[in-house]
Design a protein around this ligand. Structure first.
Ligand code: F6P
Length: 366
């Protein structure tokens, strides 16, 4: 019986537990044996109890749980070959040669590297006497399948990542709460939202909450952004709006790209427009809580597809990543999706915003 392991890695996101549930149950339903690797790559390197056989009932109720119930961690040991050799040995010991990883682009890149290195790791296990030729006979290839779990919606090639709509929902709820107090006092709020180098959360929160102004990493403000923002906000105020909401994506200032910080915006609103202004950083609330219906559905459909991809893979099949495009669950080439994602991030870092915007447009046009 084929043994398939599932693991979550990198920053958690709502829906990851649902993805684990789907993989475990589809694995068992397909007549295979399911394993969960606890604590991300750390669990793969440490092995033992951290690579646990999973039964159908072990994942009962996981659809409505937040975060990832099998844990996630940043693992330095897996970055080095000796760590990956130990990980390969632990997998051989359990008889696992297929791994489904739910994480961001960094975690998925690590997984594909592991797959590429796998034959030489297996050889090394034999030459160093850790395993006999007989023991590794059936471990010629490692199957890797990626699921994208991230609140940032930052992977090229997919319309949505597992967690992004829950996070957006959380942001909208928080802004609704802020609206109530802002309205009462006629105040302005500058709200910082997450998203590392992707402005999707900020942009969609702006659209969904009717924000007055949004700062994104992909779209730096014009030279005269101060006048532009102030004139828009005063216009809104003159039209009778009692509150002002400005959203700043963390990537718009953390990486010093646009040099806009929430405090700068606050000072401007206070000093130039004389608005009583507060700054709110939403922080990890955005990654917490349970998954919304869309993320539960996405996690389940994609988890099922990931197991099918494992069972249909040949040694020649490049590692796939499970995406959603125009409401259809599809498989794409994992490393091509990662490459495109990195290109856009590099363009933003190099302040080539036009290219970055074209890259994002291409993603949507795809
Ligand atoms: O990538 C997901 C994310 O939540 C980003 O939006 C944010 O920049 C980062 O992780 C925060 O990471 P940490 O939890 O390590 O502070």
């Amino acid at each position: 019986k084929k043994k398939i392991a599932v693991m979550t890695s990198g920053g958690d996101s709502q829906g990851m537990s649902g993805a684990v549930r789907a993989v475990v149950r589809q694995t068992i339903a397909s007549g295979c044996i399911a394993y969960a690797v606890y604590e991300g790559y750390e669990g793969l390197v440490q092995g033992g109890d951290l690579i646990k056989r999973m039964q159908w009932e072990d994942v009962r109720g996981w659809l409505s749980e937040g975060g990832t119930l099998i844990g996630t961690a940043r693992c330095m040991a897996f970055m080095e070959r000796p760590g990956r050799l130990t990980a390969a040995n632990n997998m051989v010991e359990k008889g696992i040669d297929a791994l489904i990883i739910c994480g961001g682009d960094g975690s998925l890149t690590g997984a594909d590297k592991f797959r590429a290195e796998w034959p030489s790791l297996i050889d090394e296990l034999v030459t160093t006497g850790k395993r006999t030729k007989e023991e590794v006979k059936q471990f010629k290839h490692l199957n890797i399948v990626g699921l994208v779990g991230s609140i940032d919606n930052d992977l090229s090639g997919t319309d949505a990542t597992i967690g992004c709509y829950s996070s957006l929902q959380r942001i909208c709820q928080a802004i609704d709460y802020i609206d109530a107090t802002a309205l009462s006092h006629q105040r302005a709020f500058v709200i910082e939202v997450m998203g590392r180098h992707c402005g999707w959360l900020a942009l969609m929160a702006g659209v969904s909450c009717g924000a007055d102004f949004v700062f994104l990493p992909e779209n730096p403000p014009s030279e005269n952004w101060e006048e532009e923002m102030c004139s828009i906000i005063s216009k809104h105020r003159k039209l009778g709006k009692r509150k002002t909401i400005v959203i700043v994506a963390e990537g718009a200032h953390d990486r010093q790209l646009t040099h806009i910080s929430p405090d700068m915006v606050k000072d401007l609103l206070s000093n130039r427009l004389h608005l009583d202004t507060r700054v709110t950083t939403l922080g990890h609330v955005q990654r917490g809580g349970t998954a919304c219906a869309y993320d539960r559905m996405l996690a389940t459909l994609q988890g099922v597809e990931a197991v099918k991809a494992v069972l249909e893979a040949t040694p020649e099949t490049p590692s796939p990543v499970i995406c959603i495009v125009e409401n259809k669950i599809v498989r794409k080439n994992l490393m091509e999706a990662v490459k495109m994602t990195k290109e856009v991030a590099a363009q933003i870092a190099a302040k080539d915003f036009a290219a970055a915007m074209a890259g994002r447009d291409a993603e949507f046009a795809e």
